[in-house]
Design a protein. Structure first.
Length: 136
């Protein structure tokens, strides 16, 4: 397995099947060009098989933390340590960039995601409820 930071729209487009929706080149370009936005791809045999994305958030009284926005690993490649490796790579970057921590929201019942995050050193603090607004 090889991990690489995504640098081009072409890389994201080639990994499109891993995302929830088709990659929009204009949005992909904006993501890649925006300071504090990060995306790593995992490759097996030269093909993308997983990704993790993160966004640095800064607050005036807390400093900077990494929000792990999304983790995805193609079904045939799950339970091989790819998710763990991707999360650890993002956590390493967060430390390098001076983040005081990293967090992620997980859907209730998503035991596969929880297992990946725990295996990468994360812990469930059991205190989170996600409240959303839909503007679309």
């Amino acid at each position: 397995m090889e991990l690489r930071r995504a640098a081009t729209v072409g890389e994201l487009t080639a990994a499109e099947y891993l995302f929830d929706h088709p990659v929009r080149p204009d949005w992909a370009r904006r993501f890649l060009e925006t300071r504090g936005h990060h995306l790593y791809l995992a490759y097996e045999g030269g093909e993308p098989v997983g990704f993790v994305s993160g966004v640095e958030t800064v607050h005036p009284d807390k400093g900077t933390e990494m929000f792990l926005y999304e983790l995805a690993v193609a079904e045939p490649f799950r339970r091989r340590g790819i998710g763990r490796a991707l999360v650890r790579e993002l956590a390493s970057l967060a430390r390098e960039r001076g983040c005081y921590g990293m967090w992620v929201g997980v859907d209730t019942g998503n035991d596969v995601a929880l297992a990946a995050y725990r295996s990468a050193g994360g812990k469930d603090d059991g205190t989170c409820t996600v409240v959303t607004w839909d503007f679309g």
